[in-house]
Design a protein. Structure first.
Length: 167
C-alpha cells in the first residue's frame, strides 16, 4: 500500500528548496539616468550641434524607450522632434547606434525586415547610453545635414556626462 503523504511531502520539500531560487529570479534591478542627467546630456548635445551651425532636436529616452527630455532648437524643422525620439527609441530597442543599424539593415541584408518595425528609424543619430556595461538610456538627434553629424553631436553629449555615469 502506497503512503498518501509521500507525494505531498515531496512537493512541499521541492517547493521549499526552490523558493530561494524563484525569489532571486522574480525581481531585477536596473539603473536609469536621472532627469537631471538626461537634461545635461540633451543640453550638451544641442550645444555641440549649435557650435557647428546645426539647428536640431534632441531626445533622451530611458532604457525602456520612454522620453525623458526633448529639446528643439528655434529653427529646427517641425519633423525633428519626432525623428529624434524615434532614433533614440531605436537605439535602446536594438541596443545599437542607428548609424550602424542603417548599414546593417540595408535592403540587401537579411536584417532588412526590422526597418518595418513600428517606430524604428534606421537613420544615423540615435545612440544608446551605457554605464557599467548596461544600457541606461538613449539619445536621438535630428536636424544636422546627415546622420553622421547627428551621431557626432550625440557622442559629444554622452562624453559630457560620462563621469556622472561611472559606477
Amino acid at each position: 500500500m502506497k503512503n498518501a503523504k509521500t507525494p505531498v511531502l515531496c512537493s512541499l520539500l521541492l517547493t521549499l528548496w526552490l523558493s530561494p531560487i524563484a525569489a532571486q529570479d522574480a525581481l531585477v534591478e536596473i539603473k536609469v539616468m536621472t532627469p537631471e542627467t538626461a537634461l545635461k546630456l540633451a543640453t550638451a548635445s544641442l550645444k555641440a550641434c549649435r557650435a557647428q551651425g546645426f539647428q536640431v532636436a534632441v531626445a533622451v529616452v530611458d532604457r525602456m524607450g520612454v522620453t525623458q527630455v526633448m529639446l528643439r532648437d528655434r529653427y529646427a524643422g517641425p519633423h525633428t522632434p519626432n525623428t529624434a525620439e524615434r532614433k533614440a527609441w531605436t537605439a535602446v530597442s536594438f541596443r545599437e547606434d542607428t548609424l550602424a543599424l542603417s548599414e546593417s539593415t540595408n535592403a540587401d541584408s537579411p536584417q532588412s525586415g526590422v526597418r518595418h518595425v513600428t517606430n524604428a528609424l534606421m537613420l544615423g543619430g540615435g545612440v544608446p547610453v551605457e554605464a557599467g556595461g548596461s544600457i541606461v538610456g538613449g539619445i536621438g538627434i535630428s536636424g544636422a545635414p546627415g546622420g553622421p553629424q547627428d551621431d557626432a553631436c550625440a557622442r559629444i553629449g554622452i562624453d559630457a556626462i560620462s563621469d556622472d555615469l561611472e559606477f
